[in-house]
Design a protein around this ligand. Sequence first.
Ligand code: CAA
Length: 389
Amino acid sequence: MTDLPIYPLTTEHKMLRDAARDFAQKEISPIAAEFDESGEFPHATIKKMGALGFMGIEVPEEYGGAGMDCLSYVLALEEICKVDAAHGVIMSVNNSLYCHGIMQFGTEEQRKKFITPIATGEAIGAYSLTEPQSGSDAGTMKSRATRDGDFYVLNGRKSWVTSGPVADYFVVFMMTDPDKKQKGVSAFLVDGKTKGIVRGKKEPKLGIRASATSEIIFEDCRIPAENRLGAEGEGFKIAMTVLDAGRIGIATQALGIAEAAYEAARQYAGQREAFGQPIGAFQGTGFKIADMKTRIEASRLLIYNAAIAKEKSKEAGGRYSIEASMAKLFASETAMFVTHQSVQIHGGMGYSKELPVERYFRDAKITEIYEGTSEIQRLVISRIELGLK
Ligand code: CAA
Protein backbone atom coordinates (compact mmCIF):
# COMPACT_ATOMS: atom_id res chain seq x y z
CA MET A 1 0.00 0.00 0.00
CA THR A 2 2.29 2.75 -1.21
CA ASP A 3 -0.36 4.99 -2.79
CA LEU A 4 -1.83 6.60 0.29
CA PRO A 5 -4.52 9.21 -0.38
CA ILE A 6 -2.66 11.95 1.50
CA TYR A 7 0.44 11.40 -0.63
CA PRO A 8 -0.88 10.73 -4.15
CA LEU A 9 1.96 9.45 -6.28
CA THR A 10 2.55 10.88 -9.75
CA THR A 11 2.93 8.71 -12.85
CA GLU A 12 6.71 9.31 -12.66
CA HIS A 13 6.81 8.12 -9.05
CA LYS A 14 4.95 4.95 -9.95
CA MET A 15 7.11 4.28 -13.00
CA LEU A 16 10.31 4.63 -10.99
CA ARG A 17 8.95 2.49 -8.12
CA ASP A 18 7.89 -0.22 -10.59
CA ALA A 19 11.26 -0.12 -12.37
CA ALA A 20 13.07 -0.50 -9.01
CA ARG A 21 10.74 -3.33 -7.96
CA ASP A 22 11.27 -5.10 -11.27
CA PHE A 23 15.05 -4.72 -11.07
CA ALA A 24 15.16 -5.90 -7.46
CA GLN A 25 13.06 -8.97 -8.21
CA LYS A 26 14.90 -9.96 -11.38
CA GLU A 27 18.49 -9.01 -10.64
CA ILE A 28 18.98 -8.83 -6.87
CA SER A 29 16.62 -11.43 -5.44
CA PRO A 30 18.41 -14.41 -7.07
CA ILE A 31 21.82 -13.37 -5.66
CA ALA A 32 20.97 -11.79 -2.28
CA ALA A 33 21.43 -14.91 -0.12
CA GLU A 34 24.67 -15.90 -1.89
CA PHE A 35 26.24 -12.45 -1.45
CA ASP A 36 25.10 -12.34 2.18
CA GLU A 37 26.85 -15.66 2.75
CA SER A 38 30.09 -14.76 0.94
CA GLY A 39 30.19 -11.11 2.04
CA GLU A 40 31.37 -10.24 -1.46
CA PHE A 41 30.63 -6.71 -2.74
CA PRO A 42 27.97 -6.85 -5.51
CA HIS A 43 29.85 -4.75 -8.10
CA ALA A 44 27.86 -5.92 -11.13
CA THR A 45 24.36 -5.19 -9.79
CA ILE A 46 25.47 -1.86 -8.30
CA LYS A 47 26.79 -0.80 -11.71
CA LYS A 48 23.48 -1.74 -13.33
CA MET A 49 21.59 0.24 -10.67
CA GLY A 50 23.78 3.23 -11.56
CA ALA A 51 22.97 2.84 -15.25
CA LEU A 52 19.25 2.91 -14.35
CA GLY A 53 19.72 6.21 -12.49
CA PHE A 54 19.30 4.76 -8.98
CA MET A 55 22.57 6.18 -7.62
CA GLY A 56 21.73 9.85 -8.06
CA ILE A 57 17.95 10.05 -8.07
CA GLU A 58 17.77 13.64 -6.81
CA VAL A 59 20.87 14.78 -8.68
CA PRO A 60 19.97 17.08 -11.60
CA GLU A 61 20.41 15.52 -15.05
CA GLU A 62 23.24 17.95 -15.93
CA TYR A 63 25.38 16.16 -13.30
CA GLY A 64 24.40 12.69 -14.46
CA GLY A 65 21.47 12.09 -12.11
CA ALA A 66 17.79 11.31 -12.63
CA GLY A 67 16.63 14.81 -11.58
CA MET A 68 13.71 13.54 -9.48
CA ASP A 69 12.42 14.38 -6.00
CA CYS A 70 13.11 12.91 -2.57
CA LEU A 71 9.88 10.89 -2.57
CA SER A 72 11.10 9.21 -5.78
CA TYR A 73 14.35 8.31 -4.01
CA VAL A 74 12.45 6.83 -1.08
CA LEU A 75 10.11 4.82 -3.31
CA ALA A 76 12.96 3.30 -5.32
CA LEU A 77 15.11 2.61 -2.26
CA GLU A 78 12.20 0.92 -0.48
CA GLU A 79 11.86 -1.57 -3.35
CA ILE A 80 15.57 -2.38 -3.36
CA CYS A 81 15.62 -2.81 0.44
CA LYS A 82 12.61 -5.12 0.39
CA VAL A 83 14.83 -7.54 -1.48
CA ASP A 84 18.28 -6.77 -0.10
CA ALA A 85 19.31 -4.24 2.54
CA ALA A 86 23.00 -4.49 1.56
CA HIS A 87 22.34 -3.18 -1.96
CA GLY A 88 20.08 -0.65 -0.23
CA VAL A 89 22.72 0.89 2.00
CA ILE A 90 25.19 1.22 -0.89
CA MET A 91 22.47 3.07 -2.82
CA SER A 92 21.53 5.19 0.20
CA VAL A 93 25.10 6.30 0.94
CA ASN A 94 25.75 7.21 -2.71
CA ASN A 95 22.53 9.22 -2.97
CA SER A 96 22.30 10.96 0.35
CA LEU A 97 25.52 10.93 2.37
CA TYR A 98 27.65 11.50 -0.72
CA CYS A 99 25.78 13.25 -3.61
CA HIS A 100 23.38 15.28 -1.48
CA GLY A 101 26.13 17.04 0.48
CA ILE A 102 28.13 17.96 -2.61
CA MET A 103 24.99 19.20 -4.40
CA GLN A 104 24.13 21.42 -1.44
CA PHE A 105 27.57 22.68 -0.47
CA GLY A 106 29.83 22.08 -3.48
CA THR A 107 31.06 24.48 -6.15
CA GLU A 108 30.13 23.98 -9.80
CA GLU A 109 33.55 22.35 -10.47
CA GLN A 110 33.19 20.05 -7.45
CA ARG A 111 29.71 18.96 -8.53
CA LYS A 112 30.89 18.12 -12.03
CA LYS A 113 34.02 16.31 -10.90
CA PHE A 114 32.78 14.50 -7.80
CA ILE A 115 29.06 13.89 -8.38
CA THR A 116 28.82 12.85 -12.02
CA PRO A 117 30.79 9.56 -11.79
CA ILE A 118 28.77 8.49 -8.74
CA ALA A 119 25.36 9.52 -10.07
CA THR A 120 25.97 7.60 -13.30
CA GLY A 121 27.10 4.51 -11.41
CA GLU A 122 30.66 4.47 -12.77
CA ALA A 123 32.10 5.04 -9.31
CA ILE A 124 31.21 4.58 -5.65
CA GLY A 125 31.15 7.25 -2.95
CA ALA A 126 31.65 7.10 0.82
CA TYR A 127 31.25 9.36 3.86
CA SER A 128 33.89 9.38 6.58
CA LEU A 129 32.93 11.03 9.87
CA THR A 130 33.24 8.48 12.69
CA GLU A 131 36.59 7.75 14.36
CA PRO A 132 37.60 4.99 16.78
CA GLN A 133 37.00 7.24 19.82
CA SER A 134 34.20 9.46 18.41
CA GLY A 135 30.95 7.92 17.18
CA SER A 136 27.84 9.54 18.64
CA ASP A 137 29.94 12.48 19.88
CA ALA A 138 31.05 13.23 16.34
CA GLY A 139 32.38 16.71 17.16
CA THR A 140 35.31 15.29 19.15
CA MET A 141 37.18 13.87 16.16
CA LYS A 142 40.99 13.81 16.33
CA SER A 143 42.03 13.58 12.68
CA ARG A 144 43.74 16.69 11.33
CA ALA A 145 43.79 18.55 8.02
CA THR A 146 46.71 20.99 7.90
CA ARG A 147 46.94 23.70 5.25
CA ASP A 148 50.19 23.68 3.27
CA GLY A 149 50.11 26.32 0.50
CA ASP A 150 47.64 25.16 -2.15
CA PHE A 151 47.18 21.82 -0.41
CA TYR A 152 45.77 20.25 2.74
CA VAL A 153 47.61 17.38 4.37
CA LEU A 154 45.22 14.86 5.94
CA ASN A 155 46.16 12.61 8.85
CA GLY A 156 43.92 10.38 10.96
CA ARG A 157 41.79 7.29 11.18
CA LYS A 158 38.13 7.00 10.16
CA SER A 159 36.05 3.99 11.15
CA TRP A 160 32.92 2.16 10.02
CA VAL A 161 33.09 3.66 6.54
CA THR A 162 30.32 2.14 4.42
CA SER A 163 31.79 1.13 1.03
CA GLY A 164 35.25 2.03 2.46
CA PRO A 165 37.08 -0.92 0.86
CA VAL A 166 35.77 -0.14 -2.64
CA ALA A 167 34.93 3.57 -2.73
CA ASP A 168 36.41 5.75 -5.48
CA TYR A 169 35.67 9.04 -3.73
CA PHE A 170 35.21 10.10 -0.12
CA VAL A 171 33.62 13.02 1.72
CA VAL A 172 35.90 13.33 4.75
CA PHE A 173 35.56 15.44 7.91
CA MET A 174 38.69 16.55 9.77
CA MET A 175 39.78 19.16 12.30
CA THR A 176 41.44 22.21 10.78
CA ASP A 177 41.38 24.08 14.10
CA PRO A 178 41.02 21.77 17.14
CA ASP A 179 40.76 24.69 19.60
CA LYS A 180 37.42 25.61 18.05
CA LYS A 181 35.96 22.11 18.59
CA GLN A 182 32.93 21.58 16.27
CA LYS A 183 33.57 24.99 14.67
CA GLY A 184 37.09 23.82 13.79
CA VAL A 185 35.89 20.93 11.60
CA SER A 186 36.16 21.17 7.80
CA ALA A 187 34.92 18.89 5.01
CA PHE A 188 37.00 17.58 2.09
CA LEU A 189 36.45 15.66 -1.13
CA VAL A 190 39.12 13.02 -1.60
CA ASP A 191 39.92 10.84 -4.59
CA GLY A 192 40.45 7.30 -3.32
CA LYS A 193 43.57 6.93 -5.49
CA THR A 194 45.41 9.69 -3.62
CA LYS A 195 48.72 8.62 -2.07
CA GLY A 196 48.47 8.23 1.69
CA ILE A 197 45.05 6.55 1.82
CA VAL A 198 45.24 3.15 3.46
CA ARG A 199 42.16 0.93 3.54
CA GLY A 200 41.81 -1.01 6.76
CA LYS A 201 40.55 -4.55 7.02
CA LYS A 202 36.98 -5.25 6.01
CA GLU A 203 34.76 -5.50 9.10
CA PRO A 204 33.10 -8.88 9.66
CA LYS A 205 29.45 -7.98 10.29
CA LEU A 206 26.22 -9.51 11.62
CA GLY A 207 24.10 -8.18 8.76
CA ILE A 208 24.22 -6.18 5.49
CA ARG A 209 27.18 -8.44 4.82
CA ALA A 210 27.48 -7.70 1.09
CA SER A 211 28.04 -4.02 1.86
CA ALA A 212 31.74 -3.53 2.55
CA THR A 213 32.73 -1.58 5.68
CA SER A 214 36.24 -0.67 6.82
CA GLU A 215 38.54 1.82 8.48
CA ILE A 216 40.19 4.40 6.23
CA ILE A 217 43.57 5.64 7.42
CA PHE A 218 45.02 8.90 6.12
CA GLU A 219 48.82 9.12 6.28
CA ASP A 220 50.14 12.48 5.04
CA CYS A 221 47.54 12.43 2.31
CA ARG A 222 47.94 15.64 0.23
CA ILE A 223 44.87 16.98 -1.53
CA PRO A 224 44.38 20.23 -3.46
CA ALA A 225 42.91 23.04 -1.33
CA GLU A 226 40.17 23.41 -3.95
CA ASN A 227 38.80 20.06 -2.72
CA ARG A 228 37.60 21.60 0.52
CA LEU A 229 33.78 21.38 0.65
CA GLY A 230 32.35 24.61 2.06
CA ALA A 231 34.32 27.06 4.17
CA GLU A 232 36.92 26.17 6.80
CA GLY A 233 35.06 25.47 10.04
CA GLU A 234 31.79 24.69 8.29
CA GLY A 235 32.41 20.94 8.28
CA PHE A 236 30.39 19.94 11.35
CA LYS A 237 27.26 21.69 10.07
CA ILE A 238 27.75 20.06 6.68
CA ALA A 239 28.12 16.66 8.34
CA MET A 240 24.92 17.15 10.36
CA THR A 241 22.94 18.55 7.43
CA VAL A 242 23.97 15.59 5.29
CA LEU A 243 23.05 13.14 8.06
CA ASP A 244 19.51 14.52 8.10
CA ALA A 245 19.22 13.43 4.46
CA GLY A 246 21.00 10.15 5.21
CA ARG A 247 18.60 9.31 8.03
CA ILE A 248 15.65 9.36 5.59
CA GLY A 249 17.55 6.76 3.56
CA ILE A 250 18.19 4.50 6.56
CA ALA A 251 14.57 4.86 7.67
CA THR A 252 13.59 3.68 4.19
CA GLN A 253 16.02 0.79 4.41
CA ALA A 254 14.35 -0.23 7.68
CA LEU A 255 10.92 0.06 6.06
CA GLY A 256 11.96 -2.21 3.18
CA ILE A 257 13.38 -4.85 5.55
CA ALA A 258 10.23 -4.73 7.71
CA GLU A 259 7.96 -5.06 4.68
CA ALA A 260 9.82 -8.13 3.46
CA ALA A 261 9.74 -9.79 6.89
CA TYR A 262 6.06 -8.91 7.29
CA GLU A 263 5.03 -10.32 3.92
CA ALA A 264 6.82 -13.60 4.65
CA ALA A 265 5.08 -13.82 8.05
CA ARG A 266 1.66 -12.94 6.61
CA GLN A 267 1.90 -15.70 4.03
CA TYR A 268 3.25 -18.24 6.48
CA ALA A 269 0.53 -17.44 9.04
CA GLY A 270 -2.10 -18.16 6.40
CA GLN A 271 -0.60 -21.47 5.28
CA ARG A 272 0.98 -23.15 8.26
CA GLU A 273 -1.50 -25.17 10.27
CA ALA A 274 -1.38 -26.16 13.94
CA PHE A 275 -4.09 -27.65 16.12
CA GLY A 276 -6.37 -27.93 13.11
CA GLN A 277 -6.26 -24.38 11.74
CA PRO A 278 -3.89 -21.84 10.13
CA ILE A 279 -1.72 -20.31 12.85
CA GLY A 280 -2.91 -16.82 11.79
CA ALA A 281 -6.37 -17.75 13.07
CA PHE A 282 -4.97 -17.86 16.61
CA GLN A 283 -5.01 -14.39 18.11
CA GLY A 284 -1.48 -14.92 19.42
CA THR A 285 -0.33 -14.80 15.78
CA GLY A 286 -3.12 -12.68 14.27
CA PHE A 287 -2.53 -9.82 16.69
CA LYS A 288 1.19 -9.92 15.90
CA ILE A 289 0.28 -9.48 12.22
CA ALA A 290 -1.96 -6.53 13.12
CA ASP A 291 0.79 -4.81 15.13
CA MET A 292 3.41 -5.44 12.45
CA LYS A 293 1.22 -4.00 9.69
CA THR A 294 0.20 -0.95 11.73
CA ARG A 295 3.78 -0.06 12.67
CA ILE A 296 4.94 -0.50 9.06
CA GLU A 297 2.29 1.88 7.72
CA ALA A 298 3.07 4.40 10.49
CA SER A 299 6.77 4.21 9.52
CA ARG A 300 5.87 4.83 5.90
CA LEU A 301 3.88 7.96 6.79
CA LEU A 302 6.79 9.35 8.84
CA ILE A 303 9.23 8.61 6.02
CA TYR A 304 7.10 10.13 3.26
CA ASN A 305 6.53 13.13 5.51
CA ALA A 306 10.30 13.53 6.02
CA ALA A 307 10.89 13.18 2.26
CA ILE A 308 8.36 15.92 1.56
CA ALA A 309 9.89 18.12 4.29
CA LYS A 310 13.31 17.64 2.68
CA GLU A 311 11.89 18.53 -0.73
CA LYS A 312 10.36 21.72 0.68
CA SER A 313 13.67 22.68 2.31
CA LYS A 314 15.36 22.61 -1.12
CA GLU A 315 13.19 25.60 -2.10
CA ALA A 316 12.50 27.32 1.20
CA GLY A 317 15.66 26.40 3.13
CA GLY A 318 15.43 25.38 6.77
CA ARG A 319 16.03 22.09 8.54
CA TYR A 320 14.00 18.91 8.53
CA SER A 321 16.03 17.27 11.33
CA ILE A 322 13.02 16.38 13.48
CA GLU A 323 11.12 14.77 10.60
CA ALA A 324 14.19 12.76 9.55
CA SER A 325 15.03 11.67 13.11
CA MET A 326 11.44 10.64 13.91
CA ALA A 327 11.26 8.63 10.69
CA LYS A 328 14.58 6.86 11.38
CA LEU A 329 13.81 6.21 15.04
CA PHE A 330 10.36 4.75 14.42
CA ALA A 331 11.17 2.83 11.23
CA SER A 332 14.34 1.22 12.61
CA GLU A 333 12.64 0.12 15.84
CA THR A 334 9.74 -1.15 13.71
CA ALA A 335 12.17 -3.16 11.59
CA MET A 336 13.57 -4.81 14.73
CA PHE A 337 10.07 -5.49 16.07
CA VAL A 338 8.73 -6.87 12.78
CA THR A 339 11.73 -9.06 11.94
CA HIS A 340 11.73 -10.45 15.49
CA GLN A 341 8.02 -11.30 15.24
CA SER A 342 8.49 -12.75 11.76
CA VAL A 343 11.19 -15.16 12.99
CA GLN A 344 8.88 -16.12 15.88
CA ILE A 345 5.88 -16.75 13.63
CA HIS A 346 8.04 -18.93 11.36
CA GLY A 347 9.32 -20.95 14.35
CA GLY A 348 12.26 -23.20 13.41
CA MET A 349 11.98 -22.17 9.76
CA GLY A 350 12.55 -18.57 10.78
CA TYR A 351 15.87 -19.59 12.33
CA SER A 352 16.97 -21.52 9.25
CA LYS A 353 19.06 -20.13 6.40
CA GLU A 354 16.67 -21.89 4.02
CA LEU A 355 14.43 -18.82 4.25
CA PRO A 356 15.51 -15.13 4.07
CA VAL A 357 13.71 -14.32 7.34
CA GLU A 358 16.82 -14.76 9.50
CA ARG A 359 18.71 -12.43 7.11
CA TYR A 360 16.04 -9.74 7.52
CA PHE A 361 16.42 -10.11 11.31
CA ARG A 362 20.22 -9.72 11.11
CA ASP A 363 20.01 -6.83 8.62
CA ALA A 364 17.48 -4.88 10.70
CA LYS A 365 19.76 -4.32 13.70
CA ILE A 366 22.18 -1.91 12.04
CA THR A 367 19.34 0.51 11.21
CA GLU A 368 19.11 1.29 14.95
CA ILE A 369 22.84 2.04 15.05
CA TYR A 370 24.35 3.71 12.00
CA GLU A 371 23.77 7.30 10.86
CA GLY A 372 22.90 8.05 14.49
CA THR A 373 21.73 5.49 17.06
CA SER A 374 18.13 5.46 18.30
CA GLU A 375 19.45 7.25 21.40
CA ILE A 376 20.88 10.05 19.23
CA GLN A 377 17.59 10.34 17.31
CA ARG A 378 15.78 10.73 20.65
CA LEU A 379 18.34 13.37 21.66
CA VAL A 380 17.80 15.32 18.43
CA ILE A 381 13.99 15.12 18.69
CA SER A 382 13.83 16.00 22.39
CA ARG A 383 16.28 18.90 22.09
CA ILE A 384 14.22 20.43 19.28
CA GLU A 385 10.91 19.83 21.07
CA LEU A 386 12.20 21.28 24.34
CA GLY A 387 13.93 24.19 22.62
CA LEU A 388 17.26 23.18 24.15
CA LYS A 389 19.35 23.77 21.00
N1 CAA B 1 21.74 20.65 10.59
C1 CAA B 1 22.44 21.81 10.62
N2 CAA B 1 23.19 22.21 11.69
C2 CAA B 1 23.20 21.39 12.74
C3 CAA B 1 22.50 20.17 12.80
C4 CAA B 1 21.74 19.81 11.66
N3 CAA B 1 21.05 18.67 11.62
N4 CAA B 1 22.72 19.58 13.98
C5 CAA B 1 23.53 20.40 14.68
N5 CAA B 1 23.81 21.50 13.93
C6 CAA B 1 24.64 22.63 14.32
C7 CAA B 1 24.07 23.33 15.56
O1 CAA B 1 23.10 24.27 15.21
C8 CAA B 1 25.29 23.94 16.16
O2 CAA B 1 25.60 25.13 15.49
P1 CAA B 1 25.82 26.52 16.32
O3 CAA B 1 26.94 26.23 17.28
O4 CAA B 1 26.16 27.52 15.27
O5 CAA B 1 24.54 26.79 17.02
C9 CAA B 1 26.41 22.95 15.82
O6 CAA B 1 25.94 22.20 14.70
C10 CAA B 1 26.73 22.00 16.96
O7 CAA B 1 25.53 21.32 17.28
P2 CAA B 1 25.29 20.67 18.70
O8 CAA B 1 25.70 21.63 19.78
O9 CAA B 1 23.90 20.14 18.73
O10 CAA B 1 26.35 19.48 18.68
P3 CAA B 1 26.57 18.28 19.68
O11 CAA B 1 28.01 18.08 19.86
O12 CAA B 1 25.70 18.43 20.87
O13 CAA B 1 26.12 17.01 18.79
C11 CAA B 1 24.62 15.41 17.85
C12 CAA B 1 24.91 16.88 18.20
C13 CAA B 1 23.19 15.43 17.35
C14 CAA B 1 24.74 14.50 19.03
C15 CAA B 1 25.59 14.97 16.73
O14 CAA B 1 26.92 14.85 17.19
C16 CAA B 1 25.17 13.66 16.08
O15 CAA B 1 24.26 13.63 15.22
N6 CAA B 1 25.85 12.54 16.44
C17 CAA B 1 25.65 11.27 15.74
C18 CAA B 1 26.64 11.13 14.62
C19 CAA B 1 26.22 10.11 13.61
O16 CAA B 1 25.04 10.03 13.23
N7 CAA B 1 27.18 9.36 13.10
C20 CAA B 1 26.96 8.41 12.05
C21 CAA B 1 28.08 8.51 11.06
S1 CAA B 1 27.81 7.95 9.41
C22 CAA B 1 27.66 6.29 9.50
O17 CAA B 1 26.87 5.81 10.26
C23 CAA B 1 28.48 5.38 8.65
C24 CAA B 1 28.07 5.20 7.27
O18 CAA B 1 28.90 5.18 6.40
C25 CAA B 1 26.63 4.88 6.92
